[in-house]
Design a protein around this ligand. Structure first.
Ligand code: ATP
Ligand code: MG
Length: 203
């Protein structure tokens, strides 16, 4: 039997409980063996932007968030010294490295509407099934329609997850921190402390 690996890709700037709950629910619903958190690399022009965490800090926040969960893992597969890699390249690389695994790429509904603009959606669909979570009250009808559209266009396997709808985004958390508002409980405790100690998102 092939190992079933969920891939949770994202900027994770910062990683929040929305990401963690989504990954845990995907793990449970699809009976995955592991979920790998894969922070995306930043192209050179997006390094060290004001009000953002560095690559190293984003990785550190992911590490802290998943430390106590035995079926979560950190993967720095997309952290390239010379910038970022495309999702399809990453997934194809994983197939080569670990041929005895099947991959489930986890995305929120907003990413489903961007999917058409990603590089080589056809190759992503060949390399992985797509697990889709509702987000920010995207109407069920519209989500189903978009999944069908992409399924036909790219011959993909799109599976809807039954996750709770958590109104939370990294953008909101960055804004709140900059404004001096509390983001406590939206993040794992260790990450909350780390952000304060490092003074991230203050600028
Ligand atoms: P930003 O606000 O900076 O875009 P984000 O909160 O959307 O950040 P990302 O790192 O962009 O976080 O998200 C990674 C993946 O997790 C995406 O597929 C996104 O759709 C999904 N995701 C993030 N937050 C949620 C949430 N609250 N519910 C469902 N999916 C989510
Ligand atoms: Mg996002």
């Amino acid at each position: 039997m092939k190992k079933r690996i969920g891939i949770m890709g994202g900027t994770f700037d910062p990683i929040h409980i929305g990401h963690l709950i989504l990954a845990e629910k995907a793990y449970e619903e699809l009976a995955l063996d592991e979920v790998w958190f894969m922070p995306s690399g930043n192209p050179p022009h997006k390094q060290n932007r004001e009000g953002r965490a560095s690559d190293q800090q984003r990785v550190e926040m992911v590490r802290k968030s998943i430390a106590d969960n035995p079926h979560f893992r950190l993967s720095t597969e997309e952290m390239h010294p010379d910038g970022y890699t495309y999702t399809y390249e990453t997934l194809e690389r994983l197939h080569k490295k670990y041929p005895d695994q099947t991959y489930y790429f986890i995305i929120g509904a907003d990413s489903l509407y961007d999917f058409d603009t990603w590089c080589r959606p056809d190759r992503i669909c060949k390399a992985a099934s797509l697990l889709v979570a509702t987000r920010n009250a995207v109407p069920e009808e519209s989500l189903k329609e978009q999944m069908l559209y992409l399924e036909e266009k790219y011959k993909g396997n799109f599976i809807q997850l039954h996750t709770p709808n958590l109104e939370i985004s990294s953008q909101t958390l960055r804004d709140w921190i900059r404004q001096g508002k509390s983001v406590r409980y939206y993040l794992v405790d260790e990450v909350y402390t780390y952000i304060r100690e490092e003074g991230i998102y203050r600028a």
